[in-house]
Design a protein around this ligand. Structure first.
Ligand SMILES: [Zn+2]
Length: 406
């Protein structure tokens, strides 16, 4: 990758000569062109580290002299309409970009640290972002169940997974799928914080907690707007949880995301928010867990043997027959061995057994065992399938999915 940032810095004769406006532009251009999802600008002991997140992993772009930090942060604050002299409190804002950076939208957030402000820039790139449900690479078993649930007029579908695991893309694709199927005869509304992409034929509302336009307030108003399908960006408080469940029980299809360690953990999370187990058991249709793992580079992938300590995690029956594959690194994959990412999902549906267990408020671990007994293929199972198919490495699946719940 030819770096605009490096080229620009080389053209400056001394640190005093560095034009920070151009420097910031160069960093953004480099990040966008390499397909990064985030830029981290962080004051370290003796330099400012500029790193970009590529396929989920942070990579160093450049280190800059420490005294440039205030100027760089100042420039980013101007771009996002933030308060320049406020350096001791976190701030967040959005900034459009210019043609060289593909007109992507940036969400810029600042965070005060003892060495100065750290800035993280999230890049929203509408180009090449597909909201075609079939084109997301979701495994067929998950997709079939998911589409079945989307065809129901009422109930709650929840997504769980860490930031950057593709939850939002899946939800947007689901809404797109509903609109494609029903056209303008269906009323779809969202409440989000923030709205990441504008979708046609959907009423998207952006929360603004600073002006007390919160999830619960937005949702209470929205319920009077006769919606059929409601997307809630995230369930993170009791009132939102309650509205989501009530809406799902009263003739609305509700899609949302929620943070939990794993899919069965969602029940405990909702119960902790004060939702009665019987309401959960009757409103939730399914919970989809998502992760993204890096895909082996098709040009340089070769058979390899994982180390014994890692191999131990694989069931014996699979170990002997498996042909493990790994990218060794080539020009096509910038010597990373990986090219793009592939999704790994699990789909927890509420069976009779599971419903009984939820009503008894059984702990998450037991819910997990019951779900597995009823045929749930966990993220780990699904990740191993990707490994067995040679699509990714065993190490990558362990890194992203680990051995959660096992
Ligand atoms: Zn390669």
């Amino acid at each position: 990758m030819s770096s605009q940032t490096i080229q620009f810095l080389q053209s400056c004769r001394s640190d005093d000569e560095i034009d920070t406006v151009r420097l910031v532009d160069c960093v953004i251009i480099d990040a966008v062109r390499s397909g990064a999802s985030d830029i981290h600008i962080e004051p370290w002991e003796s330099s400012v580290a500029v790193r970009i997140r590529l396929s989920g992993v942070l990579n160093e772009l450049v280190h800059l002299p420490s005294d440039l930090l205030p100027k760089i942060v100042g420039r980013l604050k101007i771009m996002a309409n933030l308060i320049g002299h406020e350096t001791t409190l976190p701030q967040e804002g959005r900034a459009p970009t210019f043609e060289e950076a593909g007109h992507v939208v940036l969400r810029i957030s600042t965070f005060p640290t003892i060495r100065g402000e750290k800035v993280v820039i999230r890049i929203f790139d509408p180009r090449g972002r597909s909201f075609d449900l079939e084109g997301l690479g979701i495994e067929e078993d998950t997709l079939g169940v998911f589409k079945g649930m989307l065809s129901k007029p009422t109930g709650l579908i929840l997504m769980t997974g860490p930031t950057g695991s593709g939850k939002t893309t899946v939800i947007y694709a689901a809404l797109h799928h509903l609109i494609e199927r029903a056209g303008p005869s269906i009323s779809v509304a969202t409440v989000e914080d923030p709205v990441e992409f504008n979708l046609p034929l959907i009423a998207q509302s952006q929360c603004n907690p600073a002006r007390e336009y919160t999830y619960p307030i937005a949702l209470r108003s929205l319920m009077r707007q006769d919606p059929q399908v409601i997307m809630i960006g995230e369930i993170r408080d009791a009132e939102t949880a309650n509205i989501a469940v009530q809406a799902g029980l009263t003739g609305h299809l509700v899609l949302s995301t929620i943070h939990a360690a794993n899919t069965p953990g969602v029940f405990a999370r909702m119960i902790n928010m004060g939702i009665e187990p019987f309401l959960l058991a009757s409103s939730i249709m399914g919970i989809m867990g998502t992760r993204l793992v890096r895909r082996n580079c098709p040009v340089c992938a070769e058979p390899y043997q994982p180390e014994d300590t890692i191999l131990r995690n694989v069931p014996e029956a699979l170990r002997d027959t498996a042909q493990f594959m790994k990218g060794v690194g080539c020009a096509a994959c910038a010597h990373t061995g990986f090219s793009g990412r592939v999704s790994v999902t699990e789909m927890l549906t509420v069976s009779e057994n599971l419903r009984d267990a939820i009503l008894q408020k059984m702990p998450t671990r037991q819910l997990q065992e019951i779900a597995v007994g009823d045929g749930l293929l966990t993220l780990w199972d699904k990740g191993l399938r990707r490994v067995m198919a040679g699509e990714t490495t065993l190490e990558e699946v362990l890194r992203v999915i680990g051995m959660e719940g096992f």
